[in-house]
Design a protein around this ligand. Structure first.
Ligand code: CP3
Length: 341
């Protein structure tokens, strides 16, 4: 089926676009009153994420309300550990918590490689409902966490500034670490392939905690697993977003991915020079959206001048903060559309 607006896919493939496509990480979320209403009705984040009709509804909201050029399926990267046998809870104002964590080969032997058609059927159903609701207006992005970032949560059990428990395992028990990373990778490949079969038009890998690793550790414990995923996913374009991994841009440019996501610490021109062969995505500091309309427009203009309008997908450098005014978000999106023609 032909998409009415396929700017994102053409940009991802490196084809010419009339203007720069734009979407926002965490666009389906608390910035929208309409999201908060559905979330209230669901009772909890997990209830919302596991009820396909509701997950599809909040996935469509930013397309209707903000005018973005893509939808991203409403879910979380932590559904993978849950599907492997390690459930999580989402604590209000605090974030995710895993009541049980994984520290030994014995622990990880109790987990299984996720079977998406059964363990993650609710996500696949949400994707199918979303595709129907989109009526081919814009592409749908599927996603998963990078194996290293998932490893962080499975070993640490909760968010952390340093993830020192997770990193301890890398140094103290590399054998255990590689076994767990491989099991997560196998689950993730199956999951992404199932998302694509259900209708995802592009997939993004979030390595949110890449920046806590040294270049050598990143090369040993994260990149090889992302590489396996990129090599396995040949059906649709793949975006690799490794937050904070400015030191790994060259190596990421050598992966079989189509798009490289950048955060705001990474200079656009320098990134173009290091990654000349890929479409780039990013990288406005989400805090710019707290400034005046005029300042947002000026920052968007600057960003477009730095990246250029081609082989480029405009986005923030990380997820939008929940207390951002939706009108400021609309200003960001409209400014990209206006200045990139
Ligand atoms: O719009 C979208 O981007 C799609 C939905 C999405 C969510 N989580 C929904 C969500 C996506 C792509 C994610 C990915 C995710 N989840 C990442 C990687 C991206 C990143 O931000 O680095 C990570 C690290 C997680 C884990 C996670 N989920 C944390 C740390 C938290 C708590 C922090 C917070 O923002 O509250 C979540 C909760 C979460 N995931 C919410 C949403 C909308 C908020 C909970 C709620 O609405 O009740």
């Amino acid at each position: 089926m032909e998409l009415k607006n396929d700017l994102l896919l053409r940009a991802a493939r490196g084809e010419k676009t009339e203007r720069t496509p734009v979407w926002m990480m965490r666009q389906a979320g608390r910035i929208l009153a309409e999201y908060r209403a559905v979330r209230e009705k669901a009772g909890s984040f997990i209830a919302l994420a596991t009820t396909p009709e509701m997950a599809a509804e909040v996935t469509l909201q930013p397309v209707d309300l903000l005018g973005v050029d893509a939808a991203i399926i409403f879910s979380d990267i932590l559904v993978i550990p849950e599907a492997m046998g390690l459930p999580y809870e989402m604590i209000e104002q605090r974030g995710p918590v895993f009541p049980a964590t994984v520290h030994t080969v014995e622990d990880l032997n109790k987990l299984h490689v996720a079977e998406p058609e059964t363990d993650l059927k609710y996500v696949l159903d949400a994707i199918k409902l979303t595709k129907a609701g989109l009526e081919n207006r814009v592409p749908l992005i599927g996603f998963a966490g990078a194996p290293f970032t998932i490893f962080c949560y499975m070993t640490e059990g909760k968010g952390s500034k340093t993830f020192s428990v997770a990193k301890k395992h890398l140094y103290a028990d590399p054998e255990f670490s590689h076994l767990l990373l491989q099991k997560i990778t196998d689950s993730t490949i199956a999951y992404l392939k199932a998302q694509i079969a259900a209708g995802a038009d592009l997939v993004q890998i979030f390595d949110s905690w890449a920046g806590i690793l040294s270049p050598e550790q990143y090369r040993t414990f994260s990149l090889p697993y992302i590489e396996q995923i990129c090599n396995a996913i040949t059906e649709v374009p793949v975006t690799v977003f490794a937050k904070g991994a400015f030191f790994a841009r060259k190596e990421i440019s050598e992966l079989r991915c189509s798009v490289v996501g950048l955060d705001w610490n990474m200079d656009p021109a320098e990134s173009r020079a290091i990654i000349p062969n890929k479409t780039l995505q990013g990288n406005l500091d989400p805090c710019v959206l707290y400034s005046s309309y005029d300042q947002i427009k000026a920052e968007v203009k600057k960003m477009l001048n730095q990246f250029g309008t081609q082989r480029y997908i405009a986005n923030l450098g990380h997820g939008v903060y929940p207390d951002t005014d939706p009108d400021k978000v609309r200003c960001f999106i409209e400014s990209v559309k206006e200045y990139s023609c």
